[in-house]
Design a protein around this ligand. Structure first.
Ligand code: NDP
Length: 294
């Protein structure tokens, strides 16, 4: 039987609508408009697309959106000065610096400079440490989206065997922490793991965040497992047309074995921006001492 397709379009739209309702309530009851500042350095075409989509969706959710564009050759100190200004600005509750930064800029220093209370990308080591310690933290958006998608299929992840393939600070590591918070049993795999197919076949939940087109094959999947594909890989189209987007999972094969699977495109990618809105609302609520949004 073919797998259930976990539809990022529907789930992200519902999440954005929920955030918009909450934002309207915060504006009405407390006179606070959550605000997100996005900083784009240089003019990388993929980053431009992401920033435009973040701006549009932030406004549609009823939040304030502030865009700051800097040239690729901006001195590091000028970028840090902008971050300091945004840290001090009471209209800004979330700060996101679009990564990757152009060569010559030190992204660790930039991430460190963001006030952890406004770090809606959840990359500041304070938030990473708080997440690992089980404390309130702003959590990277993509892993948050992955958990929401898995929970569309399983109301509880407790006791499930999960494998996370990839251990980046942006996706793999925070995803592992979130899965532990859900009481899943987690294996974290990476480029030095031995016999990845065998590890994968033991998992009820497979999260692929590798950056290798269609690496996870159909016969790596335990029958009935839930597969969440984080990968976004551009591959040349066989007919010489526009590049094709594929995930880290061989979708056509895997969907014949899995119980549920996310497509690429139309899967996790759409959840990432929706979760950025969630984080901005969470940050605004925490900064103003309001209860954690539902
Ligand atoms: P990174 O390159 O930072 O990390 C990749 C991870 O995959 C590393 O931990 C690496 O292991 C591991 N890896 C690489 N090769 C193999 C292999 N052959 N077997 C097992 N593990 C391997 O990538 P990101 O985490 O930033 O992103 C991963 C993917 O997710 C990319 O396709 C990216 O485009 C996509 N992505 C999608 C987002 C979305 O919104 N949907 C958001 C962010 C990323 P090691 O640590 O040993 O090097």
């Amino acid at each position: 039987m073919t797998a259930h397709i976990i539809d990022g379009k529907i789930i992200s739209a519902a999440l954005r609508a929920k955030v918009a309702d909450e934002v309207a309530r915060v504006v009405r009851d407390h006179g606070i408009t959550p605000g997100l500042a996005v900083v784009l350095v240089g003019s990388d075409p993929a980053s431009e697309v992401y920033v435009r989509s973040k701006h549009k969706q932030t406004q549609e959710a009823g939040m304030a959106s502030f865009e700051h564009r800097l040239p690729a050759d901006v001195p590091q100190d000028d970028l840090l000065a902008l971050i300091a200004k945004l840290n001090a600005d009471p209209a800004v509750h979330g700060i996101l610096v679009q990564l990757p930064l152009p060569k010559g800029l030190d992204s660790s220093a930039v991430i460190d400079a963001i006030d952890p209370a406004k770090d809606v990308d959840g990359l500041n080591p304070v938030n990473a440490g708080r997440l690992a310690s089980g404390l309130f933290a702003l959590t990277p958006c993509t892993p948050l989206g992955c958990i929401i998608m898995a929970k569309q299929v399983h109301a509880s992840l407790e006791g499930m065997n999960a494998i996370v393939i990839g251990r980046s600070n942006l996706v793999g590591k925070p995803l592992v922490q979130l899965l532990l918070n859900e009481n899943a049993t987690v294996t974290i795999a990476h480029s030095r793991s031995r016999d990845l197919p065998a590890l994968c076949r033991q998992a009820d939940l497979v999260f692929a965040a590798v950056g290798k087109p269609e690496m996870v094959k159909g016969d790596w999947i335990k029958p009935g497992a839930t597969v969440i594909d984080v990968g976004i890989n551009r591959t040349p189209s066989p007919d010489g047309g526009k590049d094709k987007l594929v995930g880290d999972v061989a979708f056509a094969e895997a969907k014949e074995i899995a119980g549920a699977i996310t497509p690429v495109p139309g899967g996790v990618g759409l959840m990432t921006v929706a979760c950025l809105l969630v984080n901005t609302l969470r940050a605004a609520s925490a900064i103003h001492g309001l209860p954690k949004p539902g």
